[in-house]
Design a binder for this molecule. Structure first.
Ligand SMILES: Nc1ncnc2c1ncn2[C@@H]1O[C@H](COP(=O)(O)OP(=O)(O)OP(=O)(O)O)[C@@H](O)[C@H]1O
Ligand SMILES: [Mg+2]
Length: 230
């Protein structure tokens, strides 16, 4: 893949967890830079697995998945970690917050460990953390340990962390599943504003099909993956 206007290009992407049955067999998936894609499919169909491959948490076979111009499967595990920290904001389905850090440091982590992300923050990092937290209604929790938070509060910390430093690619796995209507609305507003301002690409997984209209395109993983029976 040479066309840099593509953010994600899966080409003959096959994946199985070690010793397990095939989970993904995707002939082709192209996501253009700046595109906002809604990905849906039944539980167990491989949505989180696909996001994990795109974000480099899992390793695809070389040559089958390009993200932001990189052949993800050709990168070492630490190179994939660097690519993710610098260029990808990931709201994990299970949040993956760092238990021994408070809310403030969890949100700021990717920006503190990579200069690329820090450069994309408008003004001082501390202020940007407070502004993101305020928009998601968690500013009064900034000094709390994340282990003391409710599930919906943790989800908002994960969202603020993913959006800070306007990464080129934002991946969100069921990011609103634990939020009430008002919080969901505030998160989606912040998400779309951030994506719009930074021209980021957005890959968003949800079971809530009422959200699909907010996106440029909807992709059914079951259809994409039709050679693997879920
Ligand atoms: N770490 C793992 N090791 C082995 N198998 C796994 C692992 N994670 C997921 N799987 C298997 O891969 C398949 C796809 O799982 P995945 O989590 O990608 O589905 P999903 O579409 O995200 O489901 P959900 O909507 O429930 O989040 C399932 O059959 C699951 O059992
Ligand atoms: Mg999942």
């Amino acid at each position: 893949m040479t066309n840099s206007s593509y953010c994600i290009h899966a080409d003959g992407l096959r994946f199985a967890y070690s010793g397990g049955p095939p989970v993904l067999d995707i002939e082709e998936l192209v996501v253009a830079s700046g595109e906002r894609v809604f990905l849906y499919g039944p539980s167990g169909s491989g949505k989180t697995t696909l996001l994990g491959l795109v974000a480099g948490v899992l390793s695809p076979p070389p040559g089958t998945l390009h993200v932001l111009g990189h052949d993800v499967g050709a990168l070492s595990s630490s190179a994939r970690d660097r690519l993710r920290a610098a260029h990808i904001g990931y709201v994990f389905q299970m949040f993956n917050l760092i238990p021994y850090l408070d809310v403030r440091d969890n949100i700021a982590l990717p920006v503190r460990i990579t200069t690329e992300r820090r450069r994309r923050v408008d003004g001082p990092v501390d202020q940007a953390v407070v502004a993101a937290a305020a928009q998601l209604g968690i500013e009064e929790l900034l000094d709390e340990k994340v282990t003391r938070l409710s599930v919906g509060q943790q989800q908002r910390v994960a969202a603020a962390r993913a959006l800070l430093g306007a990464p080129e690619l934002i991946i969100a796995d069921e990011p609103t599943s634990a939020l009430d209507t008002d919080r969901r609305h505030a998160f989606l507003e912040l998400l779309f504003k951030s994506v719009e301002e930074a021209g980021s690409t957005l890959l968003f997984v949800s079971h809530d099909l009422t959200l699909a209209d907010l996106f440029d395109r909807s992709v059914s993983l079951a259809e994409l993956n039709d050679r693997v029976s879920a």
